[in-house]
Design a protein around this ligand. Sequence first.
Ligand SMILES: NC(=O)c1ccc[n+]([C@@H]2O[C@H](COP(=O)([O-])OP(=O)(O)OC[C@H]3O[C@@H](n4cnc5c(N)ncnc54)[C@H](OP(=O)(O)O)[C@@H]3O)[C@@H](O)[C@H]2O)c1
Length: 384
Amino acid sequence: METTMTTAVPKLTAIHPRIPSNSFSLGFSLTFPAKKSARVKQTCSPSSHISLRVSSSSQSQAATEATKVSSIPSEMKACVYGEYGGVEVLKFDDKVSVPEVKEDQVLIKVVAAGLNPVDGKRRQGKFKATDSPLPTVPGYDVAGVVVKVGDQVKGLKEGDAVYGNINEKALEGPKQSGSLAEYTAVEEKLLALKPKNLDFIQAAGLPLAIETAYEGLERTGFSAGKSILVLNGAGGVGSLVIQLAKHVFGASRIAATSSSGKLELLKSLGADLAIDYTKENFEDLPEKFDVVYDAIGQCEKAVKVVKEGGSVVALTGAVTPPGFRFVVTSNGDTLKTLNPYLESGKIKPVVDPKGPFTFSQVAEAFSYLETNRATGKVIIHPIP
Ligand SMILES: NC(=O)c1ccc[n+]([C@@H]2O[C@H](COP(=O)([O-])OP(=O)(O)OC[C@H]3O[C@@H](n4cnc5c(N)ncnc54)[C@H](OP(=O)(O)O)[C@@H]3O)[C@@H](O)[C@H]2O)c1
């Protein structure tokens, strides 16, 4: 398997011991509405239903392995919650119905799943008015192997190694059956072939974050020769905003914020100026920027450092004019557009060194993500 970050950042390439496993709390039943009643199980041991085992970093090897699939089971293991709340609502269930595949969808055998802050906010019920009904199998980001294709699918076939953000609209009716499961069904248009040089762990961390980074830059009208300040340059989105601004959009100058221990990472990603937010107030610096990309919720301060006529895009928190906010739209074409940059190594995924977390460590992985201190992406692998 390849290293998670090929840029020379010693702290990130170090191998970290796994956090000890912590069993989910148990003892309730819930009905997963697809078909059958669901029984919550205490452990998450390897499935006996499935012959497919993909752990290779190579797309071609994965595709070869995929041909060994003898049958797709009707039930699968999944991480499920039946009520909104903290990580304690997360349960394991090994009798969840494998999702039906619609005409425009493929069924993916999940190899790795990436966590995003939106998973936690959704679980906490922060957008329950537009959420799909409970119970929920969480997970937006997936990397895995296609095991079944719908009748109208044209560009993908069984055995393809793919990645994507499974929910076209992040907050509007995200799928009830997400990527923290053995299988997930996804529209072909939301997927792309996994970059050949990336393993499934690296690929699983990219979709939602890189789509957000790219869409935000496009919405600001970012272009070659412009300067940018990225607030939260070390997070899942910000680490990609820096790289896209530099390598895809041709930024003239990039500044970014993080705490002291992550300043070298910011520079390795392409930042010309790394600002330690624990020591300096970026809004007090004399420099102004064409674009400020706020990935932390500091729009009120961000608008103070944008040039006249510039743009401030905010991903979270209150918006102060002229700042604006958007919610990411999943789009496989964005991934296809960016795949050459990933395959050439210009854009590198940043995977948090505390991971990957195993499937049985999902609650710990969410707890860690929700400290708001993760570096790059928090990944779950293997599944289960
Ligand atoms: N609107 C949308 O469509 C959309 C899409 C994606 C994400 N989002 C939102 O955007 C935010 C960022 O997402 P993400 O996935 O990048 O989060 P993330 O990876 O969880 O961010 C974690 C990072 O935040 C940094 N951080 C914490 N406090 C900071 C501060 N005061 N200044 C600078 N950095 C700070 C931490 O670095 P240190 O340890 O150095 O503090 C850590 O590396 C979340 O609120 C998410 O929900 C919105």
